[in-house]
Ligand binder design. Structure first.
Ligand SMILES: [Zn+2]
Length: 286
């Protein structure tokens, strides 16, 4: 799933490509992808792209005051084309959920792999009316996001720090991958309770959060959409690297799996050398 750095880079990429263009078509490959009824998608047609911005993991194309907002979810992606195929997209079993065309024949498709369709698009006059945007917590890359603000957030959440980092209503933009990375850099257990972190741990976490995201934003910046997925994967220290070697200490990267996801961490760096209990492994050991 694209997280803050990739969505930021996509916003930048789309902003550059669409500057001065006019929307000439919006086609739906899946009816369920569109979560709003009014204004209709056709309200975008004929409108100039005035800007592209990011809210958490949401992308927002401002087309003459009507906004096309979308969230790529876990398996969604954006595919840009300088010359879109002429065939009109029709609702069906296509992996293409939504197609947007511009007046120079360029455009993009929003695609979604797999059977669980979670990609969501909205056509709205005000992006803050999108429920997932209305409930967003502060953006950790905002200039104003201070250590004091982060410390107050941590102190008020008696929950596992991994869960806190990726809860969009607490912090906007961080997901499963970057929360693993941030915790590895901060040398904290993903299961540590946020409210119980001492001031030096909170500061380490804050510095790791801002630093990890800033590095990833810089790495992703200027890359075309099609290169962002690989760039994200290549930059990971522990996330998605179960069984590989920790770049800090040489221990093996371990995994805890859940019904729907998994996390990766280094026991030597993060949990005092003690592997965390893994439901799946424990079941086999019984
Ligand atoms: Zn390590």
């Amino acid at each position: 799933m694209p997280e803050l750095p990739e969505v930021q880079a996509l916003a930048h990429f789309l902003g550059e490509r669409t500057a001065g263009l006019v929307v000439t078509g919006v086609e739906l490959g899946s009816i369920s992808v569109l979560k709003t009824f009014t204004p209709p998608p056709q309200a975008l047609v004929g409108a100039p792209v005035d800007g592209v911005s990011r809210h958490g993991k949401f992308l927002d194309l401002d087309c003459g005051g009507t906004h096309l907002v979308f969230h790529l979810a876990r398996a969604g992606w954006l595919r840009w084309s300088d010359a879109m195929p002429a065939t009109v997209l029709r609702p069906g079993k296509s992996p293409i959920a939504l197609r947007v065309r511009f007046d120079d024949a360029s455009g993009f498709d929003l695609t979604e792999a797999g059977t669980k369709k979670r990609l969501a698009a909205y056509v709205v006059n005000d992006p803050s009316t999108v429920p997932g945007i209305a409930s967003l917590g502060p953006d950790p890359m905002a200039d104003s996001f201070s250590l004091e603000q982060f410390a107050a957030i941590a102190a008020s959440h008696r929950m596992q720090v991994k869960g806190m980092l990726r809860d969009q209503s607490i912090l906007a933009g961080v997901g499963n991958a970057y929360s693993d990375e941030v915790l590895h850099v901060a040398k904290l257990s993903p299961f540590a309770i946020a409210a119980k972190l001492d001031p030096s741990e909170v500061e380490r976490l804050y510095t790791a959060l801002r630093g990890t995201l800033a590095t990833a934003v810089a790495a992703a910046s200027g890359k075309p959409a099609k290169e962002l997925k690989d760039a994200k994967r290549a930059g990971m220290r522990v996330h998605g690297r179960t069984g590989e070697t920790c770049p800090e200490c040489g221990d093996v990267v371990r995994e805890v799996s859940f019904a729907d996801s998994s996390l990766q961490y280094c026991a030597t760096c993060q949990t005092g050398g003690k592997p965390l209990a893994d439901r799946r492994t424990s079941k086999f050991l019984k």
